[in-house]
Design a protein around this ligand. Structure first.
Ligand SMILES: Nc1ncnc2c1ncn2[C@@H]1O[C@H](COP(=O)(O)OP(=O)(O)OP(=O)(O)O)[C@@H](O)[C@H]1O
Length: 372
């Protein structure tokens, strides 16, 4: 018999929160439970100041759920509870937008939430995160689409091991190409890289609009958009046109990348798109035998920027050869080995993101993803 959400809550109700003496479910701190084929994810809402002190409780919750027969993996994350200051609170799922003189954002029928994965600078691992995050959200039970909007260097086809031209439906819509349960669309299916590179601003814009509105995505819980790197006009226009639920900013730890990450955050804030948080990619390299960590690009820079800008820090992704190899071969690590150590950071970040999207859900109300 497959594991249910009720099984998870039952197991968690045996875990006691030391301060209140209540079990974690009655204490109301368990949120965003997701169950998918034996893979379980949930968050524990805490005061962020107590993050370290609550780590044993988080582990105890994971252990309790692991004991359920049929459970393959468990990811519990600590998130800020809703009456903590806004600087550490998850951003709201529904975007508040500035009125725009231009055409406003158009909803995509059937798509409940659109999330941008963006970086101020190229080459920091934005596409790697977008692809693995999409796959990890799929493992958490969401119906996921992945739109490669990185028109100047589309990498989703290669990373997902996909090629060929999309079919066109009777309704004259492009049909996404699918791999590992994720629906994808990329300009890379339509033109070769060198053609896209020489496009001017308006052409880029119309190609992107087409990919947003003329694709039959079907029913999706979330559409991950791999944004073009940078913070120029093309990106700004996209932020204004696409009804984003929020953005995830990717940066490496070195100062030059962080400066661009700050610009990226400013761009989203200017257009009133919530920044869900910052991911620090290539955070460190861990030596295979000894496990010794080397902070090749400096230590903790993105975490500091998150604090400085009152954004949430969504997690570190280390520099791992298997991650790169997987992307090059079209076999992303989260697809081929979701339970591996290399895939774990992506699963953690996805659980945090899902908790933000399910913010008003959790154990008390049914999960709700809203973008209107
Ligand atoms: N955590 C990681 N560990 C190992 N290799 C990584 C990691 N993240 C990214 N890479 C590798 O770094 C290179 C750049 O990554 P990626 O293409 O995702 O960056 P990007 O920010 O999307 O770049 P661009 O904006 O130029 O498209 C790729 O070869 C990728 O496999």
């Amino acid at each position: 018999m497959s594991v249910t959400r009720e099984d998870v809550l039952k197991a968690l109700s045996a875990v006691t929160e030391p301060e209140t003496g209540k079990d974690v479910v009655s204490a109301g701190i368990v949120q965003g439970v997701v169950v998918k084929n034996g893979n379980i994810g949930f968050s524990l809402e805490i005061d962020p100041k107590e993050a370290e002190a609550k780590e044993p409780l988080r582990r105890a919750c994971e252990e309790a759920v692991k004991q359920i027969k049929g459970v393959l993996s468990v990811t519990a994350v600590l998130t800020a509870h809703s009456d903590t200051p806004s600087s550490s609170r998850p951003a709201p799922a529904a975007p508040k937008r500035a009125p725009s003189a231009q055409a406003g954002p158009q909803n995509i029928p059937g798509v409940k939430a659109i999330v941008a994965v963006a970086s101020g600078k190229g080459g920091v691992g934005k596409s790697t995160l977008a692809v693995n995050l999409a796959l990890a959200l799929g493992h958490l039970g969401m119906k996921v689409g992945l739109l490669d909007a990185d028109i100047y260097g589309p990498s989703v086809p290669r990373m997902m091991g996909l090629s060929g031209k999309p079919q066109v439906s009777k309704e004259k819509k492009l049909l996404p190409l699918e791999a590992y349960g994720i629906k994808t669309m990329s300009i890379g299916y339509m033109v070769d890289d060198s053609t896209a590179m020489i496009w001017r601003g308006p052409m880029v814009q119309s190609a992107l609009t087409q990919m947003m509105s003329e694709v039959d995505w079907g029913e999706l819980d979330v559409l991950i958009v791999d944004f073009p790197p940078g913070t120029g006009d093309a990106q700004l226009t996209m932020v204004q046109r696409v009804p984003l639920a929020g953005a995830v900013i990717v940066s490496t730890p070195q100062e030059i990348a962080l400066m661009d990450a700050r610009r990226g955050i400013a761009m989203f804030e200017k257009t009133h798109v919530p920044v869900f948080g910052i991911v620090q990619n290539m955070a460190y390299y861990e030596a295979p035998g000894s496990g010794e960590k080397t902070y090749i690009f400096g230590e903790g820079g993105a975490k500091r920027v998150a604090e400085e800008l009152h954004a949430d820090f969504l997690g570190d992704v280390p520099l791992v050869p298997e991650i790169r190899a997987g992307m090059d071969e079209g076999k992303p690590i989260v697809a081929t080995d979701p339970g591996s150590k290399a895939a774990a950071p992506f699963m953690d970040i996805a659980t945090r993101l899902a908790a933000k999207l399910y913010e008003e859900g959790g154990t008390k109300k049914p999960p709700k993803i809203s973008i209107s």
